[in-house]
Structure formats: structure tokens, C-alpha cells
Design a protein around this ligand. Structure first.
Ligand SMILES: Nc1ncnc2c1ncn2[C@@H]1O[C@H](COP(=O)(O)OP(=O)(O)OP(=O)(O)O)[C@@H](O)[C@H]1O
Length: 244
């Protein structure tokens, strides 16, 4: 049977940097309308996982399927056009451009994907979701706070009409109150629009508070996979891998 649109299936994914095995036969499925958390300490392979899915790390073994379509080994451009939007660690805003110019870049890809699935967003709906961005639309992105920058890159990704959103450590460097706000927005987005979110986080406690399911990586391997409540309730697992 064909996989439903928007289901991201990672099968047997392995990636190396020279002698270092960063991912070792990783199997992960992320479904539409759900937040799937990928947790683990520094160096567990989380960033490599997202970079491999989005075509930035080459030469991996295994496969990446989106709605049953095999994207293994495809170029980053093909993968983005297929509907996978990657929000990298460190935010990736173009600081010299205004907030609105940054958003227009996402819109370009959205236009290219029109009619190919994924909910289309207009600038005004992104401003509705993130009013702070509208207030600062003509300012250089440089002037934004960390939380606002994170909203900007998520807004930009949404304008590309993605089926799958890959979020790499969105909580990094943000105050706990801002993390709580941002995560509530992510949850709301998934509930309203049914997109697929793969959320990579070291902040396991916050990630599990909004996730449906989670996978724990350690040294490139999946060491636990379960619904979010079971992972959060497993004291041994928390102490060994999740840091809370
Ligand atoms: N460009 C690279 N060249 C060589 N080794 C790398 C490179 N990027 C990552 N690694 C190594 O691959 C392993 C996985 O790193 P990765 O960044 O994917 O982990 P992570 O879980 O995302 O950690 P972090 O939270 O620190 O980003 C680590 O051992 C890391 O040192």
C-alpha cells in the first residue's frame, strides 16, 4: 500500500564522516499531524540525521522516503521541492535582509511548489501566526531577538508549503519562557495543518511535552523509540540519555 502523503520514512540510514560513524542503521518514521522528537546528547547524530534527509550529507546508506517517494541520494533542491523544509540549527536568517525579504525567499519556493501538496501559506497568514514579525517587517533581521529569529525561519519554511518540517534545536539559546511559547506555536501549527514535524532537540523535557512520539539517538543508533509519554516516564532512560 502507498504511504500517505507527508509520511517521512527513514530506513536503515547510515552516514559517516571519514572514520566517524555518525548514523548507524537508523529507522525512524514521522507521520502527518504528529510531532516526532529526535532526542539525544551532543554528538548523538541528530544534526547529521536532518542534514542527510535534506540532501546536505551525501553518500549515506539506507533510504529516505516521502509519501512512498524515494528521495535517497537526491539533490538538496529536489528534496526541498518535494516538500521537505529544513530549519537548521543556528537559525539561518539572512541578517542583512529585512524580516519581510527573508520571508519572501520562502515564498519563492512556495510558488515553485504550488499545487504539489502541502498547505500554501501567504505572508499575511504567517504574520497572523507570528505578530511580532509583522511589527518588525521592515527591520533588518539583524535586529531580532533569538526567539523572533526562530519564528522568522519557521515562518519562512512555512511559506515554502512544506509537507515535512525538519527543526534542528529550535530551543537553542532561548529563555525557558520563550521556548514554551515557541513550542506551543509548533504544536498548534501541527494540530491545525496536519504537517509532519521532525523535531531534533537536546532539550528533551520540552520536546517531549509537545511531541507525540520520540526516538532517542546515542552514538548514531536508535536506543529507544516510543510514544512521548512513555519516554518521559522512563526514569532510567531519562537519566542515561535525556539529561532530566
Ligand atoms: N562535518 C563533520 N566532520 C566530521 N565529523 C563530524 C562532522 N559533523 C559531525 N561530526 C561528528 O559526527 C557525530 C554526530 O554529530 P552530529 O552533529 O550529527 O550530532 P548532534 O547529535 O547533532 O550533536 P549536536 O547537538 O552537538 O549538534 C559526532 O561524533 C560529530 O563529532
Amino acid at each position: 500500500m502507498a504511504e500517505p502523503r507527508g509520511t517521512l520514512d527513514i530506513r536503515g540510514l547510515s552516514a559517516r564522516y571519514g572514520p566517524v560513524t555518525a548514523l548507524d542503521a537508523v529507522d525512524i518514521t514521522a507521520s502527518p499531524g504528529r510531532v516526532t522528537a529526535v532526542l539525544g546528547a551532543n554528538g548523538a547524530g541528530k544534526t547529521t540525521l536532518l542534514r542527510t534527509i535534506s540532501g546536505l550529507v551525501k553518500g549515506a546508506d539506507g533510504s529516505v522516503l516521502l509519501g512512498g517517494r524515494d528521495l535517497t541520494g537526491a539533490s538538496a533542491e529536489t528534496i526541498a521541492r518535494a516538500g521537505i523544509a529544513h530549519v537548521p540549527e543556528g537559525r539561518g536568517v539572512i541578517t542583512e535582509l529585512t524580516v519581510e525579504e527573508n520571508l519572501r525567499l520562502g515564498e519563492l519556493l512556495g510558488t515553485a511548489r504550488r499545487g504539489k501538496g502541502g498547505r500554501e501559506h501567504r505572508l499575511d497568514t504567517v504574520y497572523e501566526m507570528f505578530p511580532a514579525l509583522e511589527q518588525r517587517r521592515r527591520r533588518e533581521a539583524n535586529s531580532l531577538s533569538g526567539g523572533e529569529r526562530q519564528m522568522l525561519v519557521i515562518g519562512r519554511a512555512l511559506l515554502s508549503a512544506p509537507e515535512v518540517l525538519l527543526l534542528d534545536e529550535p530551543s537553542l539559546g532561548l529563555a525557558p519562557r520563550i521556548v514554551a511559547q515557541l513550542f506551543a506555536l509548533i504544536r498548534d501549527l501541527v494540530d491545525r495543518e496536519g504537517i509532519t514535524v521532525l523535531l531534533v532537540e537536546q532539550n528533551a523535557r520540552s520536546a517531549l511535552s509537545i511531541a507525540d512520539t520520540g526516538f532517542v539517538l546515542n552514538l548514531g543508533r536508535v536506543v529507544a523509540a516510543a510514544d512521548a509519554a512513555s519516554l518521559a516516564g522512563d526514569a532510567d532512560l531519562r537519566h542515561a540519555y535525556l539529561g532530566f
